[in-house]
Every structure is written in structure tokens, then in C-alpha cells.
Design a protein around this ligand. Structure first.
Ligand code: 13P
Length: 256
């Protein structure tokens, strides 16, 4: 019996109109809508959340958003609040993705506000951490991941910490086809779990899921998912085709 149920989450990024999303989700629901051995999450763009939510009704697949603003409401043109996502039946929200950190200059402190706001609204944050190529080459990986994790989770209590999901996404592996080796990924995942144990105690740390993200594909998933501390995947490119996303779900279901 696995201690942690595997989780496969699709981050569609800025892809698919609402109408295109419908077709993709229909194909996913037909095959995996009753899969009980893996938690499945799809994270379409905001504009497709409502149409996707309707299709997910009655299936085990959960809905996630790709971002949110920490404030509950107000003069934040262009932004979306946690309760707006909850009203569309979202259960998860990706926070601190490296694309938001680099293109939109999101800091650990700002991401931390979002994590706290998400938890307050009963949304499960998928907190992304990961180093750039330069940081890896200068052996700063663990230091960077530690800062992102500790600052991102500041103020999260032990009681609700199991609602958090961590995604380790080495920036150099995202959308590049360059996947981390299983040893590279497992090393950082184990390090993250040790940090979680320091923050929340070992029992809680053993329950928190740590996903790998960065060029995860059906061809490399089984080996990654078999690692002790890799509890699933946050999938970009391969989540945009039903076939490859379903194959990834199957790969996760097959891990003993
Ligand atoms: P790719 O799977 O396209 O490399 O993207 C990973 C990612 O950024 C998921 O959040």
C-alpha cells in the first residue's frame, strides 16, 4: 500500500479556447473519469474553467486553476480571487510557477500570500519550486529550493499542511525536452521532504505529495514515478493531448 496516492496534474498554460478544452476533457473523462487509484487534476486557463467544470461533474477528475491573486476582492484589474475559483468548483491552484516567477516577477513573499489565501478558501495550492540552469551549474539548487519552499510556506500550520502539494520543476527541464535524471529528481524530492519534516514534523511530511514537473512524458514517467519521493507529475506539453495524458495516468496507476 502506497503511503501517498499518486497525483497527475495537467497544466495547460495559455493553451486551448473554452471550446477546444471541452473536446480534450471529454476524451480524458471517458477513459479516466472513474480511475480511483490516481488523483487527476486538469488546470485549464481561466476562460475554460467553467466549461471544463461542467464536464467533470460526476467524474473523479478535479479542477485546478493556474494562478490567483491573494486579495479576496477589490481594485486589481485583470486578477482573479480564490473564492471566484471556488465558485467554479476548482479544488486546486498552481502557485509560484517558474513562468510566473520569471515573466511576472512574482517573489517568494507574494507567492506566500497566495498560498495562505488559497488555503483559507479551501483551495489546495500546488506550490512550484525549482532552480534555473545557472543555479544548478553553480550548485545552488538546494539553497534556492529551500528558500522557495520555506518562504512559500511561511505561516502554514501543521494542521492544514497536508492540503499543500509541492511541485519540483527544474526550470531547465520545462518545455525543453530535457528531463531531470531520476537521481537528480529524487535527490531534490528527498531534500524537500526533509525540509517539510523540519517544518511540520515527519508524520505530516510523509503525507504531503511532491510532484515532478519538466518534460515528463509517457516514455520517461514510469521510472520517475517509481522513485520513493516522487508522488506524481505536473505535466505541461503532454497534458494537451488526451492520449499522452491518459498514458501518464496509466503509468502512475501502475506504480506499486
Ligand atoms: P512541460 O511538461 O511542457 O515541460 O511543462 C512542465 C510544466 O511547466 C508544468 O507546470
Amino acid at each position: 500500500m502506497l503511503l501517498r496516492k499518486k497525483l497527475i496534474a495537467g497544466n495547460w498554460k495559455m493553451n486551448r479556447t473554452s471550446a477546444d478544452a471541452v473536446q480534450l476533457v471529454k476524451d480524458i473523462v471517458v477513459v479516466s473519469g472513474k480511475e480511483h487509484n490516481v488523483d487527476i487534476v486538469v488546470c485549464p486557463p481561466f476562460t475554460a474553467l467553467e466549461s471544463v467544470a461542467r464536464l467533470l461533474e460526476g467524474s473523479v477528475i478535479k479542477l485546478g486553476a493556474q494562478n490567483m491573486h491573494p486579495e479576496a476582492s477589490g481594485a486589481y484589474t485583470g486578477e482573479i480571487a480564490a473564492d471566484m475559483l471556488r465558485a467554479l468548483f476548482a479544488s486546486y491552484v498552481i502557485l509560484g510557477h517558474s513562468e510566473r516567477r520569471s515573466y511576472f516577477k512574482e517573489t517568494n513573499a507574494f507567492i506566500n500570500q497566495k498560498v495562505l489565501a488559497a488555503l483559507k478558501s479551501q483551495l489546495k495550492p500546488i506550490l512550484c519550486v525549482g532552480e534555473t540552469l545557472q543555479e544548478r551549474e553553480t550548485r545552488a539548487t538546494l539553497k534556492i529550493v529551500q528558500a522557495q519552499l520555506e518562504q512559500g510556506l511561511q505561516g502554514v500550520s501543521r494542521e492544514i499542511a497536508t492540503n499543500v502539494v509541492i511541485a519540483y520543476e527544474p526550470v531547465w527541464a520545462i518545455g525543453t525536452g530535457k528531463v531531470a535524471t531520476t537521481a537528480q529528481a529524487q535527490e531534490v524530492h528527498a531534500f524537500i521532504r526533509s525540509l517539510l519534516a523540519t517544518l511540520f514534523g515527519d508524520t505530516v511530511a510523509q503525507k504531503i505529495r511532491i510532484l515532478y514537473g519538466g518534460s515528463m512524458k509517457p516514455a520517461n514517467a514510469s521510472e520517475l514515478l517509481a522513485q520513493r519521493d516522487i508522488d506524481g507529475g505536473l505535466i505541461g506539453g503532454a497534458s494537451l493531448e488526451a492520449r499522452s495524458f491518459l498514458d501518464l495516468i496509466q503509468a502512475a496507476a501502475a506504480v506499486k
